[in-house]
Design a protein around this ligand. Structure first.
Ligand SMILES: NC(=O)c1ccc[n+]([C@@H]2O[C@H](COP(=O)([O-])OP(=O)(O)OC[C@H]3O[C@@H](n4cnc5c(N)ncnc54)[C@H](OP(=O)(O)O)[C@@H]3O)[C@@H](O)[C@H]2O)c1
Length: 215
C-alpha cells in the first residue's frame, strides 16, 4: 500500500514535540561518541548484554520503531515489531511485508505519525546517524536513552550525530535539541574494561507561567 497526501502545509513540517506521540531515542556509544567503527559496522566492544536487555525491554513498550534502512537490514525482527524504515528509495510512505517504508523528503514525520498512529503512541528511534540527525533537527525527541561504553574508543568511527565531526558532543547536541540529563544508571559496572553507563535525557515542558520543569 502506498500513501501520499495533499501538499504539505507548513505546520506539518514545523519542528517541536509531535502531538500525541512520545518519542524515545536509543543508542550505545563509545566514549568518543561513536555508534559504529570506521567501516560503519557495530564492533563487539559496543555490544553489551545489560544494554541489550534494557534496549529490548524498551522496544517492547513501543508502538512503532523508526530506524534507518541499514539498521533495518542488519537487525532481524523476530518479534515482528512494527517498523518504519527511512529510505530515499521509496516515493513517499509505503507498506511492505517487512515494514512501513518512508522517504522523509516526501512526507513530513508529523503526517507519517498521524497516519500510522492516529491515536498517538510511543515511538522508539534506534538510529542510525541520519535518523538521529533528522529527529534532532525537528526537535522531536522527548527522551533519549544514551548508553556509553566508557572504556571503548573508536577513532574515525561513525558518530551518533553528524555534528560531532564539527566539534559537538552527544551531550551538546541533545542539550541543543531541548533535552536535559535527568538520570544516570550504571547498566554494567565492569563490562570488559570499564562500566557501561546509561544517561536518560528528557525534554523539559514549559508551563503556562513560563516556568520549565521535566516532562
Ligand atoms: N551503537 C548504536 O546504538 C547504533 C545505532 C544504530 C545503528 N548502529 C550501527 O550503525 C551502522 C549503520 O548506521 P548508519 O547511520 O550508517 O545507517 P542507518 O541510519 O541505519 O541507515 C542509513 C540509511 O537510512 C536511510 N536514511 C537515514 N536517514 C535518512 C533520511 N533523513 N532521509 C532518507 N533516508 C534516510 C538511507 O537509506 P537509503 O540508502 O535507502 O536511502 C541511509 O542510507 C550499523 O553498523 C549499525 O549496526 C549502531
Amino acid at each position: 500500500m502506498t500513501t501520499s497526501g495533499p501538499p504539505d502545509p507548513e505546520a506539518a513540517a514545523a519542528p517541536g514535540p509531535l502531538p500525541g506521540c512520545d518519542v524515545h531515542g536509543y543508542a550505545i556509544v563509545s566514549a568518543d561518541g561513536m555508534i559504529a567503527d570506521r567501516d560503519g559496522a557495530m564492533p563487539a566492544a559496543l555490544r553489551n548484554e545489560a544494554d541489550w536487555v534494557y534496549f529490548q525491554a524498551q522496544l517492547d513498550l513501543a508502538d512503532l520503531v523508526l530506524l534507518g534502512r541499514k539498521s533495518h537490514e542488519l537487525a532481524p525482527n523476530p518479534r515482528r515489531r512494527r517498523r518504519l524504515v527511512a529510505s530515499a528509495s521509496v516515493a513517499s510512505l509505503e507498506e511492505r511485508l517487512d515494514a512501513w517504508w518512508w522517504n522523509p523528503a516526501a512526507m513530513p514525520l508529523r503526517r507519517v505519525l498521524a497516519t500510522l498512529l492516529p491515536g498517538g503512541g510511543r515511538v522508539a528511534v534506534p538510529g542510525g546517524q541520519g535518523v538521529f540527525d533528522m529527529l534532532v533537527a525537528l526537535a522531536a525527541f522527548d527522551h533519549f536513552h544514551l548508553a556509553c561504553a566508557t572504556g571503548v574508543r573508536l577513532p574515525q568511527g561513525l558518530p551518533i550525530f553528524s555534528d560531532l565531526a564539527r566539534g559537538a558532543t552527544a551531550a551538546s547536541v541533545l542539550a541543543r535539541a531541548g533535552l536535559s540529563p535527568r538520570r544516570v544508571v550504571t547498566l554494567d559496572p565492569v563490562a570488559p574494561v570499564a562500566p557501561v553507563v546509561l544517561t536518560l535525557w528528557e525534554r523539559a515542558i514549559t508551563l503556562p507561567t513560563g516556568e520549565r520543569r521535566p516532562s
